[in-house]
Write a protein that binds this ligand. Structure first.
Ligand code: GTP
Ligand code: SPV
Ligand code: MN
Length: 625
């Protein structure tokens, strides 16, 4: 890391206008990149511009600086080596969907699921918000690659940010630094992403104010310009709002690129499963935020001889290979995972992964300098400090960790990481799973009849909302393909893109599609399925279907395991509960079909007729039960 431009020119004003960045020896000669950095510096007027190299020394320097500033708390070096706790502003704890904008030229191209803004008007608003917003701060230039640098499925980006927390997090979550910068040679496309916490330390009149541990602004924008592939984020330092390689680039902008170029950018985990016979299958699975992707990606099978290895836990980029089969990479290099609920019973791999080199955000702090969250141990340790920094006891009546508390950790720390994780060509996808958090109606597993039925299944997902975004926790909402907050264009065109891809590729090589639901509850409210490691039993049946050996029975929703085909030996699940896990309640499903019809109607004439056709077929099959 080298501070290339800076410095007060004597009277306390800054030199951004006066000194062109490249004159000061920027480590690139890319004129487009230099011009954009210069232009952004002129707009935001930071005190300094620093080009990040992604080195360990840079990481150590920035974390030390944040400890000194109070942004990070260093955890006990023996209990949690190399690890830190950040406490966010209590009003900056999750993605802000209502301030997430798609500024396509035409409103119709954003579609009814996105908040559209007219591009010129939004640019004017953003210019106002960003003007001088980095006064008194450093602007970091953060070059990164999503996917292995130079890989055939990979893409490049550069984030400008005034948050060292974001720099360090981008260093964990992406291939960040000199290699990515070197790849951005003149003329090479890259996604420009500008980010500010929106809290300058120097006011326009020159008066100064002290920094706070978690600077942010009540006014927030997470803005995307799909045609020019630009991202502008203001006011938040948190996760998907601020780490712009993740949801903003790898999903919203990438979904637009993918549609144009014939590939898929999806909110999916990717795992490698090896059967006791040594056969390997790769599974991609789309579940909404905080609905179990990390858990499934790191699953420790309860069944002897089975092995699951992790390729990704949040995002999959999938491209047809020369053989016409879909190949997936995880474009990220780390996990920004939900902490609460992560414990030795539910996710032992993650517990092991979090032993060192972790940035925790909004977890509770123990008296001996470690972190804690609900679900880590059955009993909370005494003397906890909660995520807001206040003393906490079980009598406090609120959680010690924020429900959306997260860990940021390198994939290299994951004990179950697959050797293929770094393969720029990706892995062949054999099965795609769609899931959600559904207390009722949706069976444990069902196989779609074909690709088109699979697209209908994905389009029809609804899920109970979680704390990963603002909104009412537990409220059921449609979340097609688990992409509701992430598709950067008209959702009906996205459905059409999936259908078109299926038509373009050889049918025999298409992934088989399944729906799964670990969250069905009995009348008494308890989960009917033990979940977690026992989900291996569902994977076993899915692998059996891929290999043509697992028996199935037809239902209006697709094929479910035939009697005895799901291995439940040794499980404490009663026959009644098992029946309930697969029961198709005709009246309830007719009601689901009505809701889906209403939802589909919101997409107007762009909705592919295959989907309304499948809705009719569903009703037809239900009528026959
Ligand atoms: P994002 O990172 O927000 O995209 O989400 P994610 O899908 O990776 O979420 P994660 O895996 O961290 O989901 C965590 C939540 O799902 C916790 O509340 C877990 O307890 C719950 N969960 C995961 N697997 C299971 C399961 O098999 N059964 C039950 N009942 N809960 C599960
Ligand atoms: C999600 O909300 O789906 C996440 C976390 O994976 S965030 O990066 O904050 O979007
Ligand atoms: Mn996610």
């Amino acid at each position: 890391m080298t501070a290339l431009e800076t410095t007060p020119d004597g009277d306390g004003s800054t030199t951004a206008d006066a000194v062109p960045v490249e004159v000061l020896g920027a480590p690139t000669d890319n004129p487009d990149l230099l011009e954009w950095v210069r232009r952004t510096a002129r707009l935001t007027t930071p005190d300094a511009v620093v080009w990040c190299d992604g080195s360990r020394a840079e990481h150590d320097r920035l974390t030390a600086q944040m400890v000194a500033d109070g942004t990070l708390i260093a955890l006990d070096p023996v209990k949690r080596p190399g690890s830190f706790l950040a406490r966010s502003d209590p009003d900056d704890v999750a993605r802000v969907e209502h301030r997430t904008f798609i500024a396509s030229e035409h409103e119709a191209d954003a579609g009814p699921t996105n908040h559209w803004r007219e591009p010129a008007a939004l640019r004017a608003e953003l210019d106002g918000a960003f003007a001088g917003c980095m006064r008194g701060r450093t602007m970091y230039v953060v070059p990164f690659s999503m996917g292995p640098v130079g890989g055939p499925i990979s893409q490049l980006g550069v984030q400008l940010t005034d948050s060292p927390y974001v720099v360090v997090s981008m260093g964990v979550m992406t291939r960040m630094g000199s290699d990515a910068l070197a790849a951005i040679s003149p003329g090479t496309p890259f996604v420009p992403a500008v980010h500010s916490v929106g809290r300058p330390l120097v006011a326009a009149d020159g008066s100064t104010r002290p920094d706070v541990p978690w600077p942010c602004n009540p006014l927030k924008y997470v803005a995307h310009f799909p045609e020019t592939r630009e991202i502008w984020s203001f006011g938040s330092g948190y996760g998907g709002n601020a780490l712009l390689g993740k949801k903003c680039f790898a999903l919203r902008i990438a979904s637009v690129m993918a549609r144009e170029e014939g590939w898929l950018a999806e909110h999916m985990l990717v795992l490698k499963v090896t059967t006791p016979q040594g056969r390997v299958h790769h599974v991609a699975a789309a579940f909404p935020s905080a609905c179990g992707k990390t858990n499934l990606a790191m699953l420790q099978p309860s069944l002897p001889g089975w092995r699951v290895e992790t390729i990704g836990d949040d995002i999959a980029w999938m491209r047809p290979g020369a053989d016409g089969r879909l190949r997936a990479i995880n474009p990220e290099t780390g996990f920004f995972g939900v902490a609460p609920g992560t414990g030795p019973e539910t996710n032992p791999v993650a517990v092991e992964m979090l032993r060192e080199d972790v940035i925790f955000t909004n977890c509770a702090l123990t008296a001996d300098g470690d972190v804690w969250w609900e679900g880590l141990t059955p009993e909370p340790p005494a003397g906890l400090t909660d995520w807001r920094g206040e003393p906490w006891t079980p009598a406090s009546g609120r959680p010690a960790a924020h429900p959306n508390a997260r860990f940021t950790v390198s994939a290299a720390r994951c004990p179950s990481i697959a050797a293929e994780f770094d393969d720029p060509e990706g892995v062949v996808v054999d099965a795609i799973l769609f899931g959600g958090r559904r207390g009722s109606n949706v069976p444990l597993v069902a196989q779609a009849l074909d690709w088109t039925h699979g697209v209908f299944t994905g389009a029809g997902i609804s899920s109970e909302q979680t704390a990963a975004a603002e909104g009412t926790v537990g409220e059921l909402r449609h979340d097609p393909f688990a992409m509701l907050p992430f598709t950067g264009y008209h959702m009906a065109d996205y459905f059409q893109h999936w259908l078109d891809l299926g038509k373009r590729l050889p049918a025999a090589g298409l992934p088989a599609v399944f729906s799964v639901n670990w969250f069905r509850r009995g009348d008494d409210g308890r989960f009917l399925w033990p979940g977690f490691g026992e989900n291996a039993r569902v994977l076993e049946w899915i692998c059996g279907r891929l290999e043509g050996t697992a028996a199935a029975r037809f239902t209006p929703l697709g094929h479910v395991p035939a009697a005895g085909a799901l291995d439940v030996a040794g499980l404490d699940v009663s026959a009644e509960d098992l029946g309930e896990l697969f029961r198709v309640d005709v009246d309830a499903w007719l009601g689901e079909a009505d809701l889906l019809e209403e939802y589909f109607a919101t997409f107007g004439p762009r909705l592919p007729h295959e989907l309304t056709g499948h809705l009719d077929l569903l009703r037809y099959r239900l009528a026959g039960v």
